[in-house]
Design a binder for this molecule. Structure first.
Ligand SMILES: NC(=O)C1=CN([C@@H]2O[C@H](COP(=O)(O)OP(=O)(O)OC[C@H]3O[C@@H](n4cnc5c(N)ncnc54)[C@H](OP(=O)(O)O)[C@@H]3O)[C@@H](O)[C@H]2O)C=CC1
Ligand SMILES: O=C1OC[C@@H](O)[C@H](O)[C@H]1O
Length: 397
């Protein structure tokens, strides 16, 4: 008989920026408000690379329980024996060193997207997780949305026939009108020192839709790494500002088109529904699924087929994100946290929804696209040699 006591996971939060705040609030949202009763989350500690005060401010901001510990270094965080899993919420540039720091300490790890700066770093992390026997997952939260689960199920049961093509776009209209985009050159979105650029930050979601609809569902025995053709426009900082990728799975006769840009919008109106077209179109031999809303946080999908008379039949499915009524919190990041909890409870080292091998293949695609576009990141952040004392781990910038 299943236990009625929820399985509790104790989290340590590495970094105190924007997404650390959103994710931590989701951890603290009541699971019952999303109908979850088998797992729950506790926030045990948070760490800032710059000071303990910043970690204290962060914990106040997210209204963490008073017992939650604040650390002024990532090293202290990963050494805390009360923590089950570390959430790495630093810029892409830091993920390899920071995740390795936690894995080396024997911690389970959920690491923000993009997992690393290149595929070799991703492979190293997976090898380390395997060696240490710990759980490790890339935090691509969208994969755990009930909407994504439903869309994958529809495809798997052949609702739109054989899927031959997926087109996915995640683009932000940040053109400043003076040749620049409205991020400062030091911002992580465009700063090569922080592995900035449209692809690693946004394009990964376009690729997520391509992969979860065309690659993830390929039978294990027929898994096919894709051919990659990319066009990249570089920003004056050297990071990519607009990148378009065609991934081709020749044996499956399928293709994915993943688009991203910091210049134009995937949705001109900005409400995710009325832009005139879907940013994600999954095209099958017997119909199409359109996913509405930004690729990272979609809230509606439509299944479009012809009925027996040849007339279009459109079914619309809304998938809202439940908010905790007490705090108003809930952005949809709790679903990936629940996945981590269930994997830990069940002794799984990787999530079947985003297996290690798939994170690596996606990193290979992004690395190849950036190579074709001539985007080069600095040695400090591309190295796959772990250094506990790297400035990326100590915060000594
Ligand atoms: N899943 C999602 O929807 C989203 C995911 N992300 C991902 O989360 C990660 C962080 O993004 P975001 O929270 O927006 O970034 P922020 O700049 O807001 O925060 C990054 C944090 O990392 C720490 N950090 C350590 N070293 C540096 C450094 N040299 N420069 C800047 N910050 C540093 C800082 O915390 P401290 O020094 O206190 O440790 C900082 O607050 C990225 O990988 C991004 O792709 C971002 C937004 C949405
Ligand atoms: O992951 C993300 O999703 C939302 C975007 O606005 C953000 O830049 C990106 O990091």
């Amino acid at each position: 008989m299943a236990s009625s006591t929820p399985y509790t996971v104790r989290w340590g939060i590495m970094a105190t920026g924007w997404i650390a705040e959103v994710f931590t609030k989701d951890l603290l949202a009541n699971p019952a408000t999303r109908g979850v009763h088998d797992v729950r989350h506790e926030v045990v500690a948070a760490a800032s690379s710059s000071s303990k005060d910043r970690a204290v401010d962060f914990l106040n901001l997210v209204k963490a329980p008073s017992s939650t510990k604040a650390y002024g270094s990532y090293h202290e965080l990963v050494a805390d024996p009360d923590i089950d899993i570390i959430y790495v919420a630093t810029p892409h540039s830091h993920h390899f060193q920071n995740a390795m720091l936690a894995l080396e300490a024997g911690k389970n790890v959920l690491c923000e997207k993009a997992l690393t700066v290149n595929a070799s770093q991703a492979r190293r992390l997976v090898e380390k997780a395997r060696e240490k026997g710990v759980f490790f997952m890339e935090a691509v939260w969208t994969r755990y949305f009930p909407l994504s689960v439903q869309v994958r199920e529809l495809i798997a049961k052949g609702s739109i026939g054989t899927v031959y093509r997926t087109i996915a776009d995640l683009s932000l209209p940040r053109d400043a009108g003076d040749g620049k985009v409205d991020f400062t050159d030091s911002h992580r979105m465009v700063n090569p020192d922080l592995a900035g650029g449209a692809l690693l930050d946004l394009g990964i979601y376009s690729l997520t839709w391509v992969f979860q609809t065309l690659y993830h569902l390929q039978p294990e025995a027929d898994k096919e790494a894709p051919n990659v053709v990319a066009a990249v426009n570089k920003y004056h900082t050297g990071a990519d500002e607009t990148t378009s990728i065609i991934v081709q799975f020749p044996n499956h006769k399928s293709q994915g088109i993943a688009l991203t840009s910091l210049r134009v919008a995937h949705d001109v109106v900005g409400d995710g529904l009325n832009s005139g077209g879907a940013a994600i179109r999954i095209q099958g031999s017997a119909g199409e699924i359109q996913v509405m809303g930004p690729a990272y946080c979609p809230l509606q999908y439509r299944v479009i087929k012809k009925d027996a008379t040849g007339k279009a039949k459109i079914e619309v499915f809304d998938c809202p994100i439940p908010k905790d009524p007490e705090t108003g919190w809930g952005q949809g990041m709790f679903w990936e946290a629940d996945e981590c909890a269930r994997c830990l409870r069940d002794g799984k080292k990787e999530s079947q929804t985003l297996p290690w091998s798939e994170s690596i293949v996606i990193m290979e695609v992004m690395e190849e696209a950036l190579r074709q576009g001539g985007v080069v990141y600095p040695e400090l952040i591309t190295s796959d040699v772990y250094d506990a004392q790297s400035p990326l781990n100590t915060g000594k910038r």
